[in-house]
Design a protein around this ligand. Structure first.
Ligand SMILES: Cc1cc2nc3c(=O)[nH]c(=O)nc-3n(C[C@H](O)[C@H](O)[C@H](O)COP(=O)(O)OP(=O)(O)OC[C@H]3O[C@@H](n4cnc5c(N)ncnc54)[C@H](O)[C@@H]3O)c2cc1C
Length: 654
């Protein structure tokens, strides 16, 4: 098999449609896909509904309209090619209203219909339906039949498609993807397309998250008198009812933010059934054929991510949320044109860059005058603590040098502005970021990645939230992509945290070692967070870790340094920098750690949760410097008895 020009990662409707379009342009394409059955494309209802969805005017509505217009031609080409029916049905969509309130707010609809009109458009509706809207241009397709037809067309065209293959990561060099790491080995092409739906953020730091939807399939009972009594899609406030010509009726869908939690639930099913029967009572006696669920690929602004990716030869086609079936033809066309070098201007509205625009926060300010008086007078006006040390005494980690020996974290700050000012006051040059939380825009992490000036601060992505080695390895890879996406092309650092226990937040030594070994092999500079265990620290150093990071006491506990003796043994034996991480609550504890001979500190909670995080940031920065100087200066030995400060010879005796 010749090497493909383009590899498409993901074989849902989007990946398959792009594959076929590119093939028809003469491009050699190959598709790698993990799991056909899990794709949202199989779970969907197949509505083609830009109007019923009431999308506001703008690029998204235009994109959906363009796709809707292409549907008839696109489908008939596919059906002619494969001789298969895809269930395309331009039946229009009725949106019934059950309450006066709803009707009043929808009076401005382009196609309002009265009570008598809606009952004549569709018989059997509940008497509670008092009017609604009609969207004659909206349509539907049997998305399962369509996806099967696309798959058959792709195979028929001789396009290489491998299923059951998981792409694990992109291997990059100088701004280009040079290969894919997959469950069956390395794969190479000139160009790559990411079309992995709700799973996209497992491969790239794009803000695509799963939104679960539960569905029910009913069937018109035999002997009912007609194969399908419903003439149109019924689009209610809490449910939609999609009739297929073959007698099936699809009810959907819940909208749940529960991650990738599988299964149908009684609550989900009850919600759909009750809402559907309230609109169309005959459904109460129709047999249930099937229940299922799927994961919509959603983005924060509910628009897809299309076009150029963070590498020259990587294109993104993901985040289609509720409209991926509708958007398949236009996505295929636009992505193929983009790869051919003729990008359509509409793609600008869907670039991934919209999530990484420069911060709209005010520019960072200097340390405020609200610092405690004695501190304000004892410090130089604007110098940061890092500048107080000798310029030759630098911290070197994996060949990269830093003047500051204080690393900080991004969690728990009251605002992004306070966070930035405290970084500045502390002089910290390395900031650790929880990849998972930034990815998912977890509370307190919204816009965080964009709020920091990554030209000045070195990102230390961390694997917080990972419970085992495999998870940590995946998140570390994602962290590397995140750093690159934010402009740090050569950043391979990762702070490795593998923490299975939520109460004490103590790291798992065995999985930490396992993950470290793998990540070092993959070229990461690994900074593992560990208990202060000298033997483990040595093992981590031996497998090639760039530092060791023993904890002073449990994360966020503020208990200070509880295991100084072990930390000291680690320091004595280490040939890589030792960074004391976690537990430090006050500057005296920070200075003490440095006096022990630690090469650096990582402090988050003690700064972020202080009454004045900016002042505490500065105090910690100064403590790191003071502790370092003290360590270098050499502490006097501890003695059992007093030893007079003044000389005892030459005293005047009376
Ligand atoms: C309940 C529900 C109802 C919906 N109803 C409608 C509707 O009526 N109309 C409409 O237009 N849209 C609807 N949608 C949305 C639509 O289904 C999606 O937007 C669309 O299917 C997304 O297609 P996709 O190809 O991007 O992703 P998917 O169909 O999810 O396919 C992604 C594929 O990528 C594979 N993959 C993931 N990670 C990897 C990896 N690392 N390596 C290799 N392969 C990988 C997966 O296994 C999967 O096969 C609905 C969705 C749901 C869940």
């Amino acid at each position: 098999m010749q090497q493909a020009d383009v590899i498409i990662v993901g074989g849902g409707i989007i990946g398959l449609a792009i594959a076929l379009e590119l093939h028809q342009q003469g491009t050699r394409v190959s598709v790698l896909s993990k799991d056909f059955a899990a794709a949202a494309s199989h779970a969907a209802a197949g509505m083609l509904a830009p109007n019923a969805e009431r999308l506001p005017a703008g690029p998204m509505f235009d994109l959906c309209q363009r796709s809707l217009e292409q549907y008839p031609t696109w489908i008939s080409k596919l059906e002619d090619l494969m001789g298969k029916d895809t269930g395309y049905w331009p039946c229009g969509i009725l949106s019934p209203c059950l309450e006066d309130g709803q009707l009043a707010t929808r009076q401005n609809s382009t196609f309002p219909v009265s009570a008598s009109a809606i009952h004549s458009y569709q018989s059997g509706l509940s008497q509670d339906v008092i009017g609604g809207d009609f969207y004659p241009e909206d349509a539907q397709v049997d998305n399962r039949a369509l996806t099967q037809a696309l798959l058959a067309a792709v195979q028929d065209a001789g396009i290489e498609i491998q299923t059951g293959v998981t792409v694990e990561g992109f291997v990059r060099q100088q701004g280009k993807v040079i290969s894919l790491r997959t469950s069956i080995g390395e794969k190479q092409a000139d160009h790559y397309v990411l079309a992995t739906g709700a799973w996209s953020s497992e491969l790239l730091p794009v803000p695509v998250t799963p939104t679960k939807g539960q569905m029910i399939g009913l069937r018109v009972p035999s002997g009912y008198g007609q194969t399908q009594p419903l003439r149109r899609v019924l689009f209610g406030e809490e449910v939609y009812i999609v009739p297929r010509r073959d007698g099936r009726i699809i009810l959907g869908a819940t909208v749940e933010n529960v991650g990738f939690t599988p299964h149908n639930t009684p609550a989900g099913i009850a919600q759909l059934l009750n809402a559907a029967i309230a609109i169309y009572p005959p459904l109460a006696s129709f047999p249930i054929e099937e229940c299922w669920w799927g994961f919509r690929p959603s983005t924060p602004d509910e628009l897809p991510i299309l076009g150029a990716g963070p590498c020259q030869n990587l294109t993104l086609a993901t985040g289609h949320y509720r409209n991926g079936i509708l958007l398949a033809p236009i996505t295929a066309k636009l992505i193929a044109q983009h790869i051919e070098g003729h990008p359509d201007p509409i793609l600008n509205a869907f670039s991934y860059k919209r999530f990484h625009s420069p911060s709209t926060l005010p520019a960072p300010t200097q340390v405020p005058d609200s610092l405690p008086m004695q501190l304000a007078t004892s410090r130089p006006a604007v110098t940061s603590p890092a500048t107080d040390v000798s310029s030759t005494d630098v911290l070197t980690i994996a060949g990269k040098t830093f003047r500051s020996r204080l690393m900080t974290g991004t969690g728990k700050f009251s605002s992004l502005d306070t966070m930035r000012r405290s970084f500045e006051a502390s002089g910290s040059e390395i900031v650790t970021v929880a990849v998972r939380r930034v990815q998912t825009n977890a509370p307190g992490h919204e816009g965080l990645a964009e709020a920091i000036d990554w030209q000045k601060i070195w990102m230390l992505p961390n694997t917080a939230g990972c419970k085992d080695a495999d998870e940590a390895i995946r998140v570390a890879r994602l962290g590397r992509e995140m750093a690159k996406l934010l402009g740090q092309e050569d950043n391979n650092f990762v702070k490795l945290e593998v923490i299975p226990d939520a109460k004490y937040l103590l790291p798992d030594p065995i999985d930490t070692l396992k993950a470290a070994e793998q990540l070092v092999k993959e070229g990461f500079a690994v900074l593992p967070y560990v208990n202060a265990d000298p033997l483990l620290a040595k093992r981590l150093e031996e497998v090639g870790c760039a530092t060791v990071m023993p904890l002073g006491s449990p994360i966020g506990s503020g208990q200070g340094i509880k295991n100084a003796a072990n930390i000291q043994i680690i320091i004595e034996n280490a040939t890589v920098p030792v960074v004391v991480d976690a537990g430090i609550g006050s500057p005296s504890e920070a200075a003490y750690s440095m006096e022990l001979g630690a090469d650096a500190l990582l402090i988050n909670s003690a700064i972020a949760l202080a009454k004045d995080p900016v002042a505490m940031g500065r105090a910690m920065g100064m403590a790191a410097v003071a502790g370092r100087l003290a360590y270098q200066a050499g502490r006097i030995p501890v003695k059992t008895y007093a030893s007079a400060s003044s000389p005892t010879t030459g005293t005047i005796s009376t």
